[in-house]
Design a protein around this ligand. Sequence first.
Ligand code: ZN
Length: 470
Amino acid sequence: MRHSTRRRLLLAAILFGAASIGGLAAGARRDQDAASYDDIATRLLQTGLREQGAYATLAKLLSVGPRLTGSAQADAAVRLMAEHMKALGLDNVRTEPTTVGHWVRGGREEGRILSRTRGAIPVKVRAIGNSIATPAGGVTAGVIEVHSIADLEKIGDRARGRIVFFNGAMDPALLDTFAAYGGAAQQRSGGAAAAARAGAVAAVVRSLTLEIDDDPHTGTMSYDPAAPKIPAVTISTAAAERLSAVLGEEPDARFSFTTSCQTLPPVTTHNVMGELRGSRTPEEVIVVGGHLDSWDLSPGAHDDGAGCAQSIEALRLIRELGLKPARTIRAVLYMDEENGGAGGRDYARSVNRKAERHIAAIESDRGGFLPMGMGVGAKGAAFARIQAWEPLMQRVGLQWIRPGGGGVDIGPLGESGTILMSLVPDSQRYFDVHHSGTDTLDKVNPRELQLGANAMALVAYLLSEEGLPK
Ligand SMILES: [Zn+2]
């Protein structure tokens, strides 16, 4: 009884709040603005948590399966998300073309440690994105273990004719797991190139995760145009520990693997977008976004289905609350973040941007975990304005606003002065699933995912109403 009375009072407050916002001129009646924003933050939080639309959108997206750039599933995701945004009532839902590389894994991936004393020990291998395949009969050679590219460069000629085994672990002592990832990721992205320069025949790379488990974590890599291309695979952390232990006892143990991946001709695919068209200055745009493509080992629930779902949900929520943003708020689902970044570049360069001015872009590509804060890549008065919203953001569960911000997809917008921001969730579990077969819907908590969408909705709305000083 008391509960329902309170609810009715709340409803009245909501209606009154919405009416007063609609009648305000920019910059006027600041006290009432502040009270209204407070009210809007509360409504966003409560409606979001009650409806959990982000999770529903994520489940829909993941129904197409893994979405590797260039794949049929990635194109299916483009169509599905465009239909979904239309069904939710977003404005100007459309796709824009982008030309992407097209690497495929192929059906054959086999590996084993060849020990004199223990025989052949099977090891699960996964080709690293953009790697060439082995010859049909595979590659078999002695192994040299190193912990980084710098390590490799110190050992002189000892890698020649061998397989280089990069066994650098992510540093568990770092609080921010992205920093730990950054400290070790070069062995995956540049290990094969460095090994080829040293005369090696192949590269085997320890998976980038802090867990010891049996799941290989893939990712992208590139070759050195001045060195031969050699095949590269990743093995799980448990397999890496095993290989290292065998090599410790038996330095002349060999490794053998076979892959059948290949790079096909580039294909044209699409970024997808929908918006809430600005009621006052529609040519001024605030972007919220994530990337539509994923790796091929799982449907990419956290990386980055979560960011796509949150971006769409942020707009759905703002619309659901009956708010009419002054500037355009646009959700952009970018293609090809994982394997080249073409979607982000093509979005920024599109002729369709010529008549627009992008005030700010907010990227969610750090998983759908509990949001902690927001990184803001602005200085001076622009940063101060956004940071002044911290108490409002705290109402929807965000703890802080700090310098930082950016991402692969929105980076190209920054070149023309757009303020780049990123949602920063708790990072402790992200690399358990990142780029592996375990990045699935069941790893996502619907409330945590929604809290990220709520925070993106609020900051995008505040940016649309208040703009930013130049
Ligand atoms: Zn990602």
